[in-house]
Write a protein that binds this ligand. Structure first.
Ligand SMILES: *[C@@H]1O[C@H](CO)[C@@H](O)[C@H](O)[C@H]1NC(C)=O
Ligand SMILES: *[C@@H]1O[C@H](CO)[C@@H](O)[C@H](O)[C@H]1NC(C)=O
Length: 202
């Protein structure tokens, strides 16, 4: 995929701006006790190399570089994700319980928004090069309504910010249809339709 705006230094800017929220550590860094000796390779994550040369995926896709993928992040309170939005794709409303999200558009245009605890919507159309902050723990979304693909890099102030997807959390976890019907002031049939659409077992 084409990334005319991408520059490696951007990663460092994003990481440096993130404020720490994970527990502090008492050593410079944490090495897994399964490693005998480490060098620069331990602090290098190469798992995103190929994505810059490949085509946009057909669906909205998140590629993470967090603690699971990159063990050297342990104790450092930073991580990032690359978000790829083919034309018309959406990252459905979701929450990151353990971090704010600093989203930087490096390709295309994105409609984004979040809702605060008074149910006020704050939204924006982000152009190439724009940065938007989603405050910690608030429901937010991103949508590519444009005729070209979009890519964003998101930095987090946690090695494991966590994601709670609102549609899946509510409709794909076995909550009784009648409870959901009452909660959404609709009928069980409508709830079943939504569940089916999300690929949940009816
Ligand atoms: C590594 O540390 C874990 C947790 O402290 C411990 O359970 C495990 O036995 C250790 N493994 C080795 C190879 O020392
Ligand atoms: C924000 O959302 C409102 C309501 O959906 C919409 O009319 C408006 O165009 C959006 N603004 C931006 C900047 O995306």
């Amino acid at each position: 995929m084409a990334l005319n705006f991408f520059k490696p230094i951007v990663f460092f800017l994003l990481l440096a701006t993130a404020t720490a929220s994970d527990p502090d550590i008492l050593t410079d860094f944490i090495v897994p006790n399964t490693s005998n000796s480490i060098n620069g390779d331990f602090f290098t994550y190469t798992g995103l190399r190929d994505m810059w040369n490949s085509h946009y995926p057909p669906y909205f896709t998140v590629t993470k570089a967090g603690l699971k993928e990159f063990p050297a992040l342990d104790g450092q309170s930073v991580s990032l994700s690359v978000l790829e939005f083919p034309e018309g794709s959406v990252n459905p409303p979701h929450i990151h319980p353990r971090s704010a999200e600093l989203l930087f558009v490096v390709d295309g245009t994105l409609d984004v928004g979040f809702i605060d605890t008074t149910n006020k919507l704050y939204n924006q159309t982000l152009k190439l090069g724009d940065i938007f902050v989603f405050p910690t723990g608030l429901v937010h979304f991103q949508y590519n309504s444009y005729k070209v693909p979009a890519t964003a890099i998101s930095a987090f102030a946690s090695v494991n910010a966590g994601t709670v997807s609102i549609p899946n959390t509510v409709f794909s976890t076995g909550i009784d249809d009648n409870i959901l019907a009452k909660a959404f002031k609709t009928d069980a049939e409508t709830v079943q339709k939504i569940k089916a659409g999300l690929g949940a077992k009816p």
